[in-house]
Ligand binder design. Sequence first.
Ligand SMILES: Nc1nc2c(ncn2[C@@H]2O[C@H](COP(=O)(O)OP(=O)(O)OP(=O)(O)O)[C@@H](O)[C@H]2O)c(=O)[nH]1
Ligand SMILES: [Mg+2]
Length: 453
Amino acid sequence: MVLGKLGSSLHKAVQKLLRSSIVDEKAVKELVKDLQRALLQADVNVHLVMDLTKRIESRSLKDDIAPGVSRREYVVKVVYEEITDILGQKVVPLTLTPNKSNIYLVVGIQGSGKTTNIVKLAKLLKKEGHSVGIVAADTFRAGAYDQLQQLSERADVPCFGDPKEKESITIAKRGVKHYKSKKTEIILVDTAGRHKEEKGLIREMKQIAKTVKPDEIILVVDGTLGQQASTQAEAFNAATPIGSIIVTKLDGSARGGGALSAVAATGAPIKYIGTGEKVNDLEKFEPKKFVGQLLGMADFESLLKKVEDAEAMPDKDLAKALLSGKFSLKDMMAQMDAMGNVGSIGKILQMLGLGYKVPEEMQDVATENLEKWKVIMKSMTDEELENPKLIRGSRTQRIARGSGTQPKDIKELLKQYSQSKKFIKQIRKRRGGLRIPGMPGAIGDQKLPRGSR
Ligand SMILES: Nc1nc2c(ncn2[C@@H]2O[C@H](COP(=O)(O)OP(=O)(O)OP(=O)(O)O)[C@@H](O)[C@H]2O)c(=O)[nH]1
Ligand SMILES: [Mg+2]
């Protein structure tokens, strides 16, 4: 499991919060302490941890939470967002220009995982449908050529090399020429990691780069270095713009979290992560997905979606009105407008996490008639919209004339309205009141009994 230890301690911290009966300042502080412990153990930089947890604490305790979302759920989302943030929000793809040979020079300190991960990357890109070739330009380490040859064979990717050639620059040049003549889309050049420190390696990298003229330099960094990994990323980035970073050995490394966050903090784009020794153990690095998996909650996606949907709801006041039982035609119209869609009531209730399904017939009728109803409602007075009971006899006639419809259309609209209202009432009754944070008379989230969510 990638970052298994960090994942399990983060998971535990979040579960503890989700299980606690009250989500108050004390519970949030405890969560923050657990998170700090977990992140520091994974070698995440202490300043980064302190900033991160300060933000989590202050955001978690902020009052204004979208209706229908519990503070518990909101806090989990904050934790997720903030951790994602320190790993870099964006997914940056490999620079790849179509209809030409793209040359990637792969560099990194001795033993960082260049050779293994080049083969993994080649396999991944081949799977994506590209033609790929590898150049074995490590003429330094005995056995380097054989290692790459064997690995490529297993992965079924071509490898260009010449064990008799002692000059890495010559090999690199010949290899690139070879693949260019075959119009190979992606050329990955493996280099020697003969240096244990950055300076010498950077000098050499610049030399090879001058001849090979890569489209992108890929730096391979050993994830077991923890936060020290950023020193390399910084040094390389300062010397030449690094197009991609692969952080390797994140499987089983206790310090991987530190490596990822520290490298991300330098602004260098982590595009792939190495997650094992086998040829399939390379993943595209997608911070959001990664943190989701790290937090390891089965229903995490749905929780996030719920909070995000509720936050995206255009009209919180409307939701409150709806839940408070005050639901006029005006509210219904505003809601239809806001959602631009129907079964808007169903959608709102879903967003509020009430989990009730609006009967299908009700939705169908609403969908079919939405536009017509909007026109009808425009012919109503404010008074009628607030109090639809007034609409009878001559008022019905007047509204029908004004909107170019039939009295039966108005009756249908009123029927839909009263059904919606009844439906909301039923739900309110069944739930024994609805929870709207910050609303007088509502059951506050903080006092919810255990297991009631
Ligand atoms: N567990 C684990 N091991 C890895 C990973 N990536 C590489 N390794 C191992 O790390 C060791 C070094 O990998 P190489 O690919 O040879 O590293 P290199 O950077 O090419 O090494 P030099 O060419 O000597 O500089 C090998 O034993 C690999 O199997 C990874 O993601 N996880
Ligand atoms: Mg190597």
